[in-house]
Design a binder for this molecule. Structure first.
Ligand SMILES: NC(=O)C1=CN([C@@H]2O[C@H](COP(=O)(O)OP(=O)(O)OC[C@H]3O[C@@H](n4cnc5c(N)ncnc54)[C@H](O)[C@@H]3O)[C@@H](O)[C@H]2O)C=CC1
Ligand SMILES: O=C(O)C(=O)Cc1ccc(O)cc1
Length: 297
């Protein structure tokens, strides 16, 4: 049971968690704070939160759980704003899509990351944002990755784990480094590709004509290009090295496919397409689960 949950940055993530915890009667009161009153007022009107204030100190006073749910680069700043406000009972966690930059920011602020700060990332969401897009079951049957550090207390880790399990998620733990490499490949690179594909097509010729004749595949492939550009700007910079590696590996692979098409090399084209179909079908159609499979979306 959480007595007072404070959400810093009330949007899709924070709002959905608040709704899930309230539905399970697993939280006493939910407070939120942020830069502007509009989303906070909306959250209160929707019944997602009980109280709000623009004053960070008032918002977190007496809280036993603080959720940092701002865009990724803002979360770095929020951790340092929180430093003088930490109380012994308080557990602080976050939902940012990249973990290394926040861990590094916390080390700069605190020296060693305090035992009661548990970094985390729900692998669930959508291209929508804002508290009005919050969904009570957003995390149900999805994974949440926690990236505990040697300094993290077992009690704080268990409290964050229990919170996400109450929201219906399956919690897995991994290192910060592994998280950032895996998510660069499975989430960050696909978003970069979707944004770039749509931008390239829209810039090149008659965009309206292209979108008018787009089939379902184009819609499926590019849905995530409707995601919040500010959020993805932050992710691109926060996980720069792993994303650059992903772009380079992908570019080399694409060059191989380009060459096969240019050469009319049926065997090479068929090999790549067949291998990709088998890999995707095996994973998503559940025909087999690799022993080390440890992420799902
Ligand atoms: N949207 C998604 O599908 C997922 C998002 N995430 C991560 O969760 C975090 C939040 O994402 P969403 O809830 O989707 O975003 P959102 O845009 O719905 O909510 C973010 C909230 O933070 C507030 N905010 C912005 N700057 C602030 C500041 N300086 N101080 C206080 N509040 C501030 C915004 O006003 C907004 O209310 C991001 O770090 C994102 O990378 C993680 C998993 C999935
Ligand atoms: O919209 C989608 O399909 C997503 O991929 C949502 C998402 C966005 C950011 C994350 O860090 C995790 C999940």
């Amino acid at each position: 049971m959480i007595n007072k949950l404070t959400i810093i940055g009330l949007g899709l993530m924070g709002g959905s968690l608040a709704q899930a915890l309230k539905q399970q009667q697993a939280v006493g009161e939910v407070w939120a704070t942020g830069r502007r009153s509009a989303s906070l007022e909306k959250g209160q009107a929707l019944g997602v939160i009980d109280h709000w204030t623009l004053d960070l100190a008032e918002a977190v006073k007496g809280a036993d759980m603080v959720l940092v749910a701002t865009p990724t680069l803002v979360a770095e700043q929020v951790l340092s704003d929180l430093a003088p406000l930490l109380e012994p009972q308080m557990v602080v966690t976050d939902v940012a899509s990249v973990k290394g930059n926040i861990r590094d920011a916390a080390e700069r602020v605190f020296g060693e990351v305090p035992a009661n700060i548990v970094l985390g990332h729900p692998i669930a969401g959508s291209e929508q944002s804002g508290v009005e897009a919050a969904k009570v079951d957003l995390f149900r049957d999805h994974r949440v990755i926690l990236t505990p550090l040697p300094s993290t207390s077992e009690a704080a880790l268990n409290k964050v784990r229990a919170m996400w399990e109450t929201a219906g998620a399956e919690v897995v733990a991994m290192s910060v480094e592994h998280h950032d490499v895996v998510l660069a490949a499975t989430s960050h690179l696909p978003h970069v590709l979707a944004y770039t594909l749509v931008d390239a097509l829209a810039a090149n010729g008659d965009a309206a004509e292209i979108f008018r004749f787009a089939a379902g595949g184009f819609r499926d492939f590019t849905r995530i290009a409707s995601s919040d550009p500010k959020m993805w700007h932050d992710i691109a910079l926060a996980n720069r090295d792993a994303i650059l590696q992903g772009i380079d590996d992908f570019t080399a692979h694409l060059a191989g496919v380009r060459a096969a098409i240019a050469d009319g090399d049926s065997e090479a084209i068929t090999t790549v397409f067949t291998r990709a179909k088998a890999a995707r079908d095996q994973h998503f159609l559940g025909q087999y689960r690799p022993a080390n499979r440890n992420d799902k979306s």
